[in-house]
Design a protein around this ligand. Structure first.
Ligand code: GLN
Length: 486
């Protein structure tokens, strides 16, 4: 028999429901594996062993009374920007290194209400700014496939933890690719839902008009289970969508016959690496063998997505991060001489260099005299990008492309060049600008390293994305490949 920690979320659910495993057995197996591997991988910032074992015990009692939900006792871990009542929430930053939230994020409460057991809090780029997890105050996360490489970012802890079987399911967030890019780099499945599908209440803000919570797991089926738990309307988030939540597991086995998959020609131009192109073609062949048809489409303005994103996201960040002033939250500089000194040194010492860069860019872009030239222009580009996507999705069920330009790069390779790092998001940011759902799922390995393909759906079309990815996963084994040696 395989180890408990090899099992996917769906397999563990079955084992719990069949009572072949208890929550205490499952939870302690994952905690032991975290203890063994986290010193190498650095995926967790906080491990909540005692709380997790207590919750697992309680779950087993409920199960024995027949009083649990179908998910009672299953493990999860949360990206460290979801507030958790009573445990540290750092957002990967020194400025929140001592912050204990007085409440749970909506996503965290939903998971608790469903009976899930939280194993702890996952490492991330500081304030979710980054594409490699090298911006964390808590140090870089290592890619379990090759510990000299990055796991992607900003949800690198979530992705590395799932890839190394430290948790079967992890929450994550995606502002410009932070769920999909790390999923691609670690051989996991990741879904960024439609903007507004998952509540942002208690999720520390980076760029509020782009941020969206989602999940990373081994399979599309696992995500279908998890999304049903965290999706839904929340009156405490004014941008939360009041839309019914379908049972995402019910449509996983729908046939793909007659489904039309659009191939944006801009994603397959001659800049696409040939090994990546070949991997994408293999996935497309599978989708076609399942009955889908493909058609070329154009997203004319997508090339402008990166420059526009890197105006809008820092602009919103500069405003959101003004609340961290050394007075109300977290880190405070020692012995301030006056109020300005308190502000300046708390922020100067508390924020890392990438966060400072974004605050400077954003403040500049929003300042009088530059607002029209930068922020307004970027919003106009955003509208054009959204129109491109909606036009393409008017005739197609899904759009298909690579998630990343290449496989995971080596730690340190891009840290000296912020623009090279920003270009990592070339295939992912446009989805956030359009507010649409996007998933990344396992494609064939390239030179022993994982790759991902990306599916973008219509607004609230998460079911279609998960259906297509699940169908691919039923006839391929890319999602079953695990890193060796960890
Ligand atoms: N890499 C992008 C950035 O640094 C996206 C991050 C994210 O999605 N949170 O902004």
């Amino acid at each position: 028999m395989s180890h408990i920690t090899d099992l996917s979320f769906s397999e563990l659910k079955k084992a719990l429901n069949d009572r072949t495993l208890s929550s205490v057995e499952i939870t302690s197996a994952f905690l032991d594996r975290i203890d063994a591997l986290n010193p190498t991988l650095n995926a967790f910032i906080t491990i909540t062993r005692d709380e997790a074992m207590q919750a697992a015990n309680d779950a087993d009692t409920l199960i024995s009374q027949g009083a649990g939900t179908p998910y009672t006792g299953l493990p999860i871990a949360h990206k460290d920007l979801f507030c958790t009542d009573g445990t540290l929430t750092t957002c990967g930053s020194k400025i929140l290194s001592n912050f204990v939230a007085p409440y749970d994020a909506q996503v965290v409460s939903q998971c608790k209400n469903a009976g899930l057991v939280s194993l702890g809090k996952l490492n991330m780029d500081e304030f979710a700014m980054g594409s490699s997890n090298e911006n964390s105050y808590y140090g870089p996360v290592k890619n379990p496939w090759d510990t000299t490489r990055v796991p992607g970012g900003s949800s690198g802890g979530s992705a590395a933890a799932v890839a190394a079987n430290l948790t079967p399911l992890a929450t994550a967030t995606d502002t410009g690719g932070s769920i999909r890019q790390p999923a691609a780099f670690t051989g996991t499945s990741g879904l960024k839902p439609t903007y507004g599908r998952v509540s942002r209440f208690g999720m520390i803000a980076y760029a509020s008009s782009l941020d969206q919570g989602g999940l990373i797991a081994q399979t599309a089926e696992d995500i279908a289970h998890g999304l049903g738990l965290i999706a839904g309307h929340d009156s405490r988030d004014s941008t939360s969508a009041d839309q019914p939540v379908p049972d995402y597991t019910q449509t996983l086995n729908d046939s793909l016959k007659g489904k039309v998959i659009g191939i944006p020609k801009e994603f397959f131009d001659d800049r696409l690496d040939s090994a990546m192109r070949q991997a994408m073609n293999e996935v497309l062949d599978v989708l076609k063998s399942l009955g889908a048809t493909t058609t070329e489409v154009s997203l004319e303005h997508v090339a402008e997505a990166i420059p526009a994103y890197y105006v809008i996201a820092p602009a919103e960040a500069s405003s959101n991060l003004s609340r961290f002033d050394g007075v109300r939250f977290g880190y405070r500089a020692d012995s301030p001489t006056d109020l300005m000194d308190l502000y300046e040194r708390s922020r100067g010492e508390g924020f890392g260099s990438e966060v400072k860069r974004r605050i400077l860019i954003g403040t500049y872009a929003l300042s009088e005299g530059y607002y029209d030239a930068y922020y307004k222009k970027a919003q106009q580009i955003r509208r054009l990008i959204r129109d491109d996507f909606n036009r393409a999705l008017g005739t197609c069920d899904l759009l298909f492309g690579p998630t990343t330009p290449s496989t995971a790069f080596v730690i340190g390779e891009k840290t000296a060049d912020p623009v090279a790092m920003y270009l990592e998001d070339i295939y992912t940011v446009a989805t956030n600008m359009a507010g649409l759902p996007g998933g990344s799922f396992q494609a064939p390995l390239i030179n022993g390293l994982p790759t991902g393909y990306q599916l973008t759906g219509r607004a609230f079309g998460e079911s279609m994305i998960l259906n297509a990815a699940h169908q691919v996963q039923t006839v391929t084994d890319w999602h079953t490949l695990r890193p060796e040696g960890v």
